[in-house]
Write a protein that binds this ligand. Structure first.
Ligand code: ATP
Ligand code: MG
Ligand code: MG
Ligand code: MG
Length: 560
């Protein structure tokens, strides 16, 4: 490829509206342009990176025996109604009607659709199956932000496994877990696997892969012993809502042998649609407990909408610790606090249970959120359990801000049951297969790579996903010897299947060097008359900034 044929509209200055490093650099580097909030055009350089990300994910999925499908992006309402998610997905789902008036959805995930496809499975002999696709997902996010990190239209690699029984699902889950570890390692994304709650997906075991970045919206607590958890889980927090009219406030009780919040919720028969989350926020400088259901972003947005002039942000662990008076360096205590509380309108007049964990086990406590509570109103929370102990070893946890780059779930039979998927079992009876699902956001992964690999001058792509691996820059004006060496290096690299771009633009070397650094090409080979007089070219490594003189004949091998 010749740079003069490429369309790479680099910008001299940072875009004014970009907070995250990846957003700033992908716009400046000429990779993306915004159409409207949450919708981006990918320019040629971004398409090259995206293809490499997709290639790595595809290789690793194929390696574990998964098969590629392509399911429709537009869905009939009926399949979503069968699982109850036509209602449950709420405002995050884009909906439309066709000319006949039929209700349709733009797919935000594909469990219902893949389970429909699985209706044709006939026998246990066909199991296990793992099916995956790269498909556009649509989500009406309350707050699209940070460039490609949170958008309303994105490519997801979503995979779905079907097994005969739980033991089979455990094996499929492990295989996918392994694939994810390899994928993130190859992409250069430092992903931490953390235990997570499974939200609207239902099901039990769930692991999120979280990549540290200041631009992320999730806090992860992790321990030297290997334990890691989403902070909402570590600090307390799946809660069950009981209707004030139908039940009395439960006595606090402990369930020391429950290892996870989900396990505990399941043991006490708390259905997923009755669960709320309690999160600690700082509202106008005061520590505040926010009770919410469903998507945090949505509730946050609602709060901000109703309290225009106020500021709201998640509380830091040290702020919570200070408020509860726990010992410094550890949040090992389950404290009692009288925090003001704000609840979602839907929780008005309800009573809740919150859960918390410390090294002695997982605790469930009844809390009274007060009556006649409306959005934006204040009330006293009688008791709140906040603990951030490592539940495995009891040591203090470190907390990092992260973005979710992948998520794997054990779904059980929720979808196969709702859609009526059965196969003939070994003993001739009908068996409902158990499902798992496994997602990675492709464009968010690109952004996460940039978050993890950049410096003041621009992006530093790992070779595996770089738009080009090598840029060749001729300097010193028209010169036959330079032109000949540039031509042979270019051909030599292409013959070795190295992705190379020849910067043949009529620009000063400084301009070319700056662009090559900004767009993040891992190697630059500079060819000039002075070096050639010694039989040498200069190889510059983007990551270190270091340059080395290399004999012309060794340059191809040097950058391969
Ligand atoms: P988040 O918690 O960030 O909203 P999620 O839990 O809703 O993500 P999943 O439903 O688990 O996301 O989808 C699987 C993957 O799809 C995520 O791990 C992420 O990589 C990607 N993804 C989800 N939402 C978005 C989005 N709005 N923009 C870009 N990628 C996304
Ligand atoms: Mg989401
Ligand atoms: Mg999530
Ligand atoms: Mg998720």
């Amino acid at each position: 490829m010749r740079w003069s044929d490429l369309y790479v509209p680099t910008l001299r200055d940072d875009p004014a509206d970009a907070d995250a490093a990846s957003h700033r650099l992908l716009v400046r580097g000429g990779f993306v342009r915004q159409l409207m909030a949450g919708h981006y055009s990918l320019l040629p350089l971004a398409v090259r990176v995206r293809a490499k990300v997709v290639g790595i994910v595809r290789e690793e999925m194929d390696r574990i025996g998964a098969q590629e499908w392509l399911l429709p992006a537009m869905h009939p309402a009926e399949v979503w109604q069968k699982t109850g998610r036509w209602e449950a997905m709420g405002e995050e789902m884009f909906r439309l009607k066709d000319r006949k008036g039929a209700d349709l959805a733009l797919g935000m995930t594909h469990e219902e659709i893949v389970a429909t496809a699985a209706l044709e499975l006939a026998s246990y002999k066909q199991l296990p199956q793992t099916w995956y696709q790269f498909q556009t997902k649509f989500r009406d996010e309350p707050r699209p932000k940070s460039g490609l990190m949170r958008v309303r239209e994105f490519t997801m690699k979503d995979a779905y496994s079907f097994d005969l029984d739980q033991a089979g699902l455990d094996r499929s889950f492990e295989r996918n877990h392994g694939a994810y570890t390899r994928i993130f390692r190859r992409l250069g994304i430092p992903a931490i696997p953390v235990q997570a709650s499974s939200g609207s997906m239902g099901g039990s075991t769930s692991i999120e892969f979280m990549s540290p970045t200041e631009a992320g919206e999730d806090l992860v607590a992790h321990c030297a012993c290997g334990y890691a958890a989403n902070i909402e889980k570590a600090t307390s927090v799946v809660a069950a809502v009981e209707d004030a009219a139908s039940s009395a406030l439960p006595e606090p009780f402990d369930t020391p042998d429950a290892k996870t919040i989900d396990e505990l919720a399941a043991r006490h028969g708390v259905p997923a649609d009755r669960q709320i989350k309690t999160l600690v926020y700082v509202l106008d400088g005061r520590l505040t407990l926010v009770l919410m259901r469903g998507d945090h972003g949505l509730v946050e947005q609602k709060l901000l909408d109703t309290m225009a002039a106020r500021t709201l942000r998640p509380a830091r662990p040290d702020e919570i610790r200070d408020a509860l008076g726990a010992s410094p360096g550890s949040l090992g205590a389950v404290g009692v606090a009288h925090l003001p509380v704000i609840a979602d309108e839907a929780l008005r007049g309800r009573r809740a249970m919150t859960t918390g964990a410390n090294k002695d086990g997982v605790h469930l406590r009844g809390v009274d959120v007060g009556r006649d509570l409306a959005v934006g109103q204040w009330a006293d929370l009688r008791e709140v359990a906040v603990g951030e102990p490592c539940v495995v070893c009891g040591a203090a946890l470190a907390v990092v801000r992260t973005v979710e780059v992948g998520h794997i779930f054990q779904l059980g039979t929720k979808y196969t049951e709702a859609l009526g998927v059965t196969v003939l079992g070994p003993d001739g009876s009908r068996v409902t297969p158990v499902m798992g699902c496994y997602g990675i956001g492709v464009e968010r992964a690109m952004a996460a790579v940039v978050e993890a690999h950049h410096d003041d001058a621009g992006i530093v792509w790992p070779v595996a996903v770089a738009p080009f691996e090598v840029a060749i820059v001729p300097i010193g004006g028209a010169n036959e010897a330079v032109a000949a060496v540039v031509g042979s290096l270019y051909d030599g690299l292409r013959a070795q299947r190295v992705d190379v771009v020849l910067d043949d633009r009529d620009e000063r070397p400084g301009v070319k060097f700056r662009d090559i650094e900004l767009v993040g090409i891992p190697y630059r080979i500079t060819v000039g008359p002075r070096g050639l007089a010694e039989g040498q070219v200069e190889v510059t490594v983007r990551e270190t900034g270091g340059s080395t003189s290399v004999a012309v004949g060794e340059a191809v091998a040097y950058v391969r």
